[in-house]
Design a protein around this ligand. Structure first.
Ligand SMILES: C[S@@+](CC[C@H](N)C(=O)[O-])C[C@H]1O[C@@H](n2cnc3c(N)ncnc32)[C@H](O)[C@@H]1O
Length: 208
């Protein structure tokens, strides 16, 4: 029987950006988002940073945390010795909860639109917890690849419930056919453990 991921969390019902922003506005009150991530045992920040560490051996590398939220991935990156970090997200309420001294720069940006960044500027992009219901669409992957240097890395998660439904499987195949990357790691693993939601984890080397 097919697993019903759609009904695991209320936020999975949201389809419009305005509703999503409102949801995050409420979720960030009294630091509730960060507390919930601990309670739900959200493992993606730790797991993705460990993955990146296997390939990004130079801790000076310039990393963009795309959909950085409250900075959980940034905090994990700093713990692991990376310090040249920028963060972008479209919810100001989430950005407001980032602790000081994690990112060099943070910016409010919609990842579903063309990015204003120049081409080939980052050594790595992390996009964690952001390819999920009603959030960032598969098309964003090509824009993220555009801003990564040749030989750089992209590491991301895709919620198992939307992998095929939103066409991530097809977009990933298309990118591979265009030879824009070499997939180094690809597996399904724990994500939101206490709700039994898993995600696909990817790490690819950019080969454009
Ligand atoms: C589940 S949170 C994950 C945040 C962080 N990466 C983490 O792992 O804790 C998803 C984030 O994606 C952001 N987001 C959703 N849609 C977005 C969009 N179109 N552009 C940029 N950020 C978006 C939300 O504001 C939220 O901060």
């Amino acid at each position: 029987m097919k697993k019903d991921v759609d009904s695991k969390l209320d936020i999975y019902k949201i389809t419009k950006s305005e509703e999503l922003l409102k949801y995050y506005q409420d979720w960030t009150k009294k630091n509730k988002y960060n507390q919930d991530m601990v309670e739900l045992n959200y493992t993606a920040p730790k797991e993705t940073v460990l993955l990146l560490k296997k390939y990004a051996l130079n801790n000076k590398c310039k990393i963009l945390d795309a959909g950085c939220g409250t900075g959980l991935v940034g905090i994990e990156l700093v713990k692991n010795g990376y310090f040249n970090l920028d963060g972008v997200d479209f919810s100001q309420n989430m950005l407001d909860l980032i602790p000081k001294d994690i990112y060099k720069k943070t910016e409010k940006i919609d990842l579903n639109k063309p990015l204003k960044f120049e081409t080939n500027i980052y050594d790595a992009v992390m996009c964690v917890g952001t390819f999920t219901y009603g959030h960032v669409k598969p098309e964003a992957l090509e824009e993220l690849i555009r801003i990564i240097k040749n030989g750089g890395l992209i590491c991301f998660t895709i919620n198992e419930g939307i992998y095929e439904k939103y066409g991530f499987d097809k977009k990933i195949e298309e990118i591979s056919k265009k030879k824009l990357w070499n997939i180094k790691e690809f597996f399904k693993s724990n994500y939101i453990v206490n709700k039994d939601v898993k995600a696909w984890y990817y790490l690819s080397k950019i080969t454009k």
